[in-house]
Design a binder for this molecule. Sequence first.
Ligand SMILES: Nc1ncnc2c1ncn2[C@@H]1O[C@H](COP(=O)(O)OP(=O)(O)O)[C@@H](O)[C@H]1O
Ligand SMILES: [Mg+2]
Length: 375
Amino acid sequence: MAEPPIFRPSFGNKPDNLVGRETALNTLAQCFDSYPGMRERAVLITGQRGMGKTALLLEASDLADSKGFVAVRTTCGAALLNNILDGLQHTGSQMIARKNPPIKGFSAGALGFSFGLTFTDEARQSYGFKTKLGMICERLEEKYLGVAILVDEVRPNSEAMRQLATAYQELAGDGRNIALIMAGLPSVVSALLEEETLTFLNRATKVRLGSISESSVRQYYSSAFSRSQRSIAVKTLRDAAAATEGFPYMLQLIGYYLVSLTSEGDQITSETLDEALILARADLDENVFLPMLRPLSQTDVAFLEAMAHDKGASRIADIQRRLGMSQGSVQSYRKRLIEAGVIISPRRGEVCFVVPMLADYLVTGVSHVPRGRGR
Ligand SMILES: Nc1ncnc2c1ncn2[C@@H]1O[C@H](COP(=O)(O)OP(=O)(O)O)[C@@H](O)[C@H]1O
Ligand SMILES: [Mg+2]
């Protein structure tokens, strides 16, 4: 099979290289290295669309595997609990076979299991999720394996999430070798933390995915373009890295267009970069900014527009004056937008955009780029 392309701007795929996420990876390693039941064992990842939550979960799954955990990765939906059990049974059986073939005695039934990790009909029908998960944990512990549950796109008001949270807490309390890693949009996770059964998540380790450093993007671009047989001048490389603003999806988009607008052996020029940026921006508007702004209220957007004319951070006092709002209202919109992961407060009394390109988008509207060249 041909090598996959280096740049693949999309959602939910594993990047060629997880750039600039060393701290997050350390936190995940600590999760698996910590003692069962410790607070490090529950991790909550937040970040805007395109910040790399799913990419990090994919990496977490590989890390779990290398640390002796059977990992199951699923999105939060109606089938959440079944997906978790099915996934653990499937991957668990494979890992056991790989670890220790032939596994003497493991294929024979243990209490509640007919074969390996397959439940007896009776167990399947009469036990609930928590009991089944506990049985799988115990069975895997016999083979020195832990259980890592990775839930993507978490949602509030989910009965399945509540059941999972309760089961996790009880099993962790019993000292089972289990880890729970969840990822979601900042606003959704704030709503989740308000729920009574999920308050324990307030104690979970938080990984807030923001932009990655420009120097790590530059280093990565340098190696990725040379692997793609493209040359690039130092200044153009710097400009390309700066244009990503450390936003992983934009890193993929700009890289992708720079490679597709050139051929092997070509040089990537500043003109190529200009063209790539227009195409990348159009995709970014459509796939990130539009969905990011859609759930916001008109006043939320007015707040953002009031920020958009400042170069860099905006002063809250200026926004209040521009909008003619009371101090209390401005503070409550500020809080809402921070929770939604659209803005951050770099210093007291100031706010700025998480992805600064959003300011241009708010000022100029949707890019007037001929469609059809994007994805
Ligand atoms: N650290 C990173 N380095 C390079 N590419 C990344 C990184 N994180 C994510 N990506 C890529 O960016 C795109 C969006 O990432 P994704 O994980 O789907 O975002 P999210 O789940 O937060 O919406 C994907 O193409 C992904 O492969
Ligand atoms: Mg995702």
